[in-house]
Write a new protein. Structure first.
Length: 285
């Protein structure tokens, strides 16, 4: 485990909207205010503990200052972020990422702006104990959930933590992150799900991988062509279809996951265990 301190700035953008200011600082702003202020991004660093076993950590907080601005025809552009990570042994590295901004019409049916991540893996690396790592952003922590798209409500400052991992360079790292075993749908608990992530720096082909519970007949096999990109999360629901999470489900009319405790196990096509996740009575004390 290592303690790190992060700072960040926004060095460049793919477009030049009106009134652009603050490039190469932690607070970049743009636009002609329609009401109270400009739109813009803020990065706030932090001090946190980091381990190299794939455990997620918060690299900093992202804030979108989403105030109405006059339309100027520049509604979709990319904003680069540079994050300096200072380790406790005086090792310091800059890691870069790209955010994609989607400015929506303020008077439309869905006025919320959307921010996503076209790239999640830093091109820069760091060597720790002889092993080369990159930083992989795995999502935004917003409203208690880690999501891949940041939904920003209009006329306010909306923030969320940026979650990342230190990943060994040159390989995927497929892992189960959680089991949502208490669904809100009565009787069938169709909204139960298992979440799986690729914490590595390369895409992972999980075609033919099998997700199973303890009991026979509770296996889900991933179809051919199932690829997880670095930082990508998918969910396998009991009996619901959510395209934004991959569109996978067991198609079961009854609950899959025991509310008292169970273990989700992911195996490759050869039957080798890739990852597991235990909860409740099945968890290790």
């Amino acid at each position: 485990m290592s303690t790190v301190t992060t700072t960040g700035n926004w060095p460049s953008m793919s477009a030049t909207p009106p009134n652009l200011e603050g490039l190469s600082t932690s607070n970049v702003r743009w636009g002609i205010p329609a009401e109270s202020g400009k739109s813009g991004y803020v990065f706030t660093g932090k001090t946190t503990d980091v381990v190299t076993d794939g455990t997620e950590f918060v690299i900093g907080t992202f804030t979108h200052q989403n105030f109405p601005i006059q339309s100027n025809g520049v509604n979709r552009f990319e904003v680069d972020l540079s994050v300096n990570v200072a380790f406790e042994n005086d090792l310091s590295r800059d890691f870069s990422f790209r955010f994609r901004h989607n400015e929506t019409p303020n008077d439309g049916p869905n006025p919320e702006d959307i921010v996503d991540l076209p790239t999640t893996v830093s091109p820069e690396t760091v060597v720790i104990d002889g092993v080369t790592y990159a930083v992989v952003i795995t999502g935004f922590k917003q409203g208690g959930n880690i999501v891949t798209q940041f939904i920003s409500q209009e006329n306010g400052a909306n923030d969320g933590d940026i979650v990342a991992v230190l990943a060994r360079v040159g390989a995927p790292d497929i892992a189960i992150t959680t089991v949502n075993y208490k669904g809100k749908v009565k009787y069938t608990q169709a909204d139960e799900y298992v979440e799986i992530i690729n914490r590595g720096t390369l895409p992972g082909n999980i075609s033919g991988f099998v997700l199973g519970a303890d009991d026979p007949g509770q296996d889900f096999t991933f179809p051919p062509g199932t690829i997880l990109q670095p930082g990508q999360r998918i969910r396998i629901y009991t009996n619901q279809n959510h395209p934004q999470w991959g569109g996978f489900n067991y198609g079961s009319g009854r609950p899959i996951w025991n509310d008292k405790g169970d273990t989700a196990v992911l195996r490759d096509p050869n039957g080798q265990q890739v990852s597991d996740y235990s909860y409740g009575s099945a968890a290790t004390p």
